[in-house]
Design a protein around this ligand. Sequence first.
Ligand code: IMP
Length: 430
Amino acid sequence: MPNVVVVGTQWGDEGKGKIVDLLTERAQLVVRYQGGNNAGHTLVVGGEKFIFHLIPSGILHPGTVCLIGNGVVLDPEVFLMEVDRLRNRGIKVGPENLRISERTQVIMPYHRRIDVAREEKKGAGKIGTTGRGIGPCYEDKVARRGIRVADLVDPEILQAKLADVLPEKNFYLEKFLHGKPFELEEILTSYLEMGARLKPLMTNVSVLLQQAVKSGKNILFEGAQGTHLDIDHGTYPFVTSSNPVAGGACTGTGVGPGELHHILGIVKAYTTRVGGGPFPTECLDKIGDHLVECGVEFGSTTGRRRRCGWLDAVVLKDAARLNGLTGLAITKLDVLTTLDPVKICVGYDDGGVRRDTMPGTIKELERCRPVFEELPGWSEDLRGVRRYEDLPANTRQYLKRVEELVGVPIQLVSVGPDREETIVVRNPFE
Ligand code: IMP
């Protein structure tokens, strides 16, 4: 009966995939509500490695229904490739366990080309996007000229929409970005073909969710990226183009706020960021190298080395407020083992003025220097620990301080990449 939203509290890559996989055992439905194939995570199940960008990993759990909400931007090529890969490995994928909202926006080939060409043109000032066409697709959604999943099964509508939008895209691509233009017929044919394959999966996700709520099912809402990459609340303009915050689960799927019962914030025990933008606790020294190496901090979508630094409680407190967090899941705690002392940023020093919340502009955030609190480290291997009380005293002291600073209880602690390497203090579905 309870519904749970899983959100990233930092700049993405908090390890949501593992926690979602774990919680899926208690959920009958898993719903993705925003973002696209800029996200990605790898799961190892029974020794087999699976990489997901769009389809919720819940697809690996027999009996779980996976939904893609209207807030997502869907690249049909990538989506269908993911479906084929799963089927080739013997995973059943069909309308009984995978549905897409007919209102979901479609990433078109011109979105991808514009995304890449624009970043190249920007040079030093670039956002560092994943180049998957995410931003340009959301731009068209808001400009009311987007192509939605339902349009892919209506040749007349798709033809008319392309005829309307393509001349403008080609003009921009050729004249401003010095890129190659597109042929309408080519896009039309291939997108109608993909539309035919998507047709059996199309549905009204909002209605499906309402039925699930009425029949007392557990729903897991899965956010991609993280709170500080949110288009409204993140470090704008170094953000993604959607709303990863918990509120996005409502607009991105069609459920009312009253149906979101628990909001679980995923907190990596340190901080990482990919792409450009300010990052107050970034460590450009051997601590940063330790975090990259021990945490294997390379992007799962682009392979880029992630920027790493100490945990930032200002970032987390903002996330607690912006999402209404009811619980925390701490991930990758084992990566801090052997570091001594361990540091937590408890506030910012902005030219002698103390700040406890994220400033509204990049200019101010760039000025801020982290104020650190130091705690004693630990050298014990955490990966075999399964009960909170069995954690070393210094590790518990670190976790207690995080709880105090953020003001939200810790419900899960991950001490290694495997599903079993987790301490469950309280399952939010209970
Ligand atoms: P976009 O979402 O591809 O437009 O990229 C915008 C910004 O969000 C860039 O800094 C990306 O590196 C970042 N970003 C997008 N998706 C992810 C993610 O899943 N994890 C971490 N950063 C991401």
